[in-house]
Design a protein around this ligand. Structure first.
Ligand code: HEC
Length: 176
């Protein structure tokens, strides 16, 4: 009789003990899962950081964009500029100066074109970074310019145009 009681009590103790152990295992697992979801949240936010970085016009980013676009795309976008600019070799000045060879040359340096004072006084060369900044919003980049063009908000469009300009020149700038 006694042996039976003892074995019943032992069984109960065992079952309760196993339950407690499973509880512990379970409660250990739960935080593990939630830390996974925290990690994936962090991942998402870093992705959106990268996306918002791509919206600004820093040089590093325009360099990265060159891989995703082409001079052919730039040729299409140049239609927005063609009313005022020629870009062909030997092209003449229109409302704006001729743009053959423009990358790398001194800002405001076509001798038979009458620039605004601000462009004449600017004193820098048309680097990729300068061109990217200017095309984003000409009137903000060189205050007082007489180029009436709102600007290209999309970094990819500016990158494509720069590739196209870099094709219409005797001295292409090194890209990367
Ligand atoms: C409404 C006419 C107009 C449009 C459209 C226009 N431009 Fe211009 N652009 C001008 C004028 C005018 C100037 C001279 C600005 C000055 O002297 O301040 C100029 C100057 C420039 C210069 C400086 C050239 C140099 O010799 O230093 C560049 C580069 C340029 N434009 C590129 C572009 C590009 C690229 C586009 C198209 C996205 C464009 N422009 C659209 C009128 C225009």
């Amino acid at each position: 009789m006694n042996k039976i009681i003892v074995s019943v009590v032992l069984t109960i103790v065992l079952v309760v003990g196993i339950n407690k152990i499973t509880d512990k295992i379970y409660s250990v697992k739960t935080p593990e899962k939630s830390s996974y979801s925290v990690a994936s949240l962090t991942d998402n936010s870093s992705v959106s950081n990268i996306e918002s970085n791509m919206d600004n016009s820093e040089a590093g980013n325009i360099m990265a964009l060159f891989a995703s676009t082409s001079a052919g795309d730039g040729e299409k976008i140049f239609k927005k500029c063609a009313a005022c600019h020629s870009i062909a070799q030997g092209g003449s000045n229109k409302i704006g100066p001729a743009l053959w060879n423009v990358l790398g040359r001194q800002v405001g340096s076509i001798s038979d074109y009458k620039y605004s004072k601000s462009l004449m006084a600017y004193g820098k060369k048309w680097s990729i970074e300068e061109m990217d900044g200017f095309l984003t919003k000409p009137k903000d980049w060189i205050k007082g310019t007489k180029m009436s063009f709102a600007g290209l908000k999309k970094p990819k469009e500016r990158a494509a145009l720069i590739l196209y300009m870099n094709q219409n020149t005797n001295n292409p700038l090194p890209i990367k």
